[in-house]
Design a protein around this ligand. Structure first.
Ligand SMILES: CC(C)(COP(=O)(O)OP(=O)(O)OC[C@H]1O[C@@H](n2cnc3c(N)ncnc32)[C@H](O)[C@@H]1OP(=O)(O)O)[C@@H](O)C(=O)NCCC(=O)NCCS
Length: 160
C-alpha cells in the first residue's frame, strides 16, 4: 500500500469513477451523470495546477483504490484553514484504516502549510463517514437543517 500524489494523466479516470458512489451516497436524489463528471474533471484539472489544493491517491498493488482532496481556504472565522473536499476508499478494502491514513496525510500537509485547523462537511445520511470523522477527531461545529415543504405544485416555471 502506498499513498502518493495524484497524477492527473494517470489517475483522472479512477478518481472520476469513485464519484458515483461518493456523491449519490452523500446527496440522496443526486444522479452522477456525464455532465457532472465533466465538471468534476474540470475541477480536478484546476486543482492539480493550484498551490492551494493537494490530492493524493491510495494504491494497493498497482491499483488506485482510494483518494483524498485537501484545499486551503479562508472561512468567515478562519483566515487560513484546511478543508477536506473528498475522501474515498474502495468497498473491497474498507474498514482497514485506509481512510484514516488519507485524512492524516492531508492534515500533515495542512500543518506544513501553516494551518491550525482542518474542516470538512459531512452528510448525516452517511454513518460510516460520520464515524470516520469522529474517530479522526472532527467535531460538529454547525449543522445544516432542512424541512420538506408541502408543495405539490413544484416550481412555477415547471408547470407552464
Ligand atoms: C467513509 C469511507 C471513506 C471510510 O473508509 P474506510 O477506509 O473504510 O475507513 P477506515 O477503515 O479508515 O475507518 C476509520 C474509522 O471510521 C469508522 N468507520 C469506517 N467505516 C465504518 C463502518 N462501516 N461502520 C462503522 N464505523 C466505520 C470507524 O470508527 C473506523 O475506526 P475503527 O476501525 O478503529 O473502528 C468509505 O466508506 C467510503 O469511501 N465511502 C464512500 C465515499 C464517501 O462517502 N466518502 C465520504 C464523504 S466525501
Amino acid at each position: 500500500m502506498r499513498i502518493r500524489k495524484f497524477d492527473l494523466r494517470k489517475d483522472l479516470n479512477a478518481v472520476l469513477q469513485f464519484q458515483y458512489e461518493t456523491y449519490e451516497r452523500n446527496f440522496p436524489g443526486l444522479r452522477v451523470d456525464r455532465a457532472f463528471l465533466a465538471d468534476y474533471g474540470r475541477q480536478l484539472r484546476a486543482a492539480a495546477r493550484s498551490r492551494a489544493e493537494q490530492l493524493w491517491v491510495l494504491e494497493v498493488g498497482a491499483k488506485v483504490q482510494g483518494f483524498v482532496w485537501g484545499t486551503l481556504i479562508t472561512s468567515m472565522v478562519d483566515e487560513f484553514v484546511g478543508y477536506i473536499k473528498n475522501v474515498y476508499v474502495a468497498p473491497e478494502i474498507r474498514s482497514q484504516g485506509y481512510a484514516r491514513r488519507l485524512l492524516e496525510t492531508t492534515e500533515e500537509w495542512f500543518r506544513s502549510e501553516g494551518a491550525a485547523k482542518a474542516s470538512l462537511d459531512a452528510s448525516l445520511c452517511n454513518p460510516e463517514a460520520m464515524a470516520l470523522y469522529q474517530k479522526a477527531g472532527y467535531r460538529a461545529a454547525r449543522v445544516r437543517m432542512e424541512k420538506l415543504l408541502d408543495n405539490p405544485e413544484g416550481r412555477p416555471e415547471d408547470n407552464e
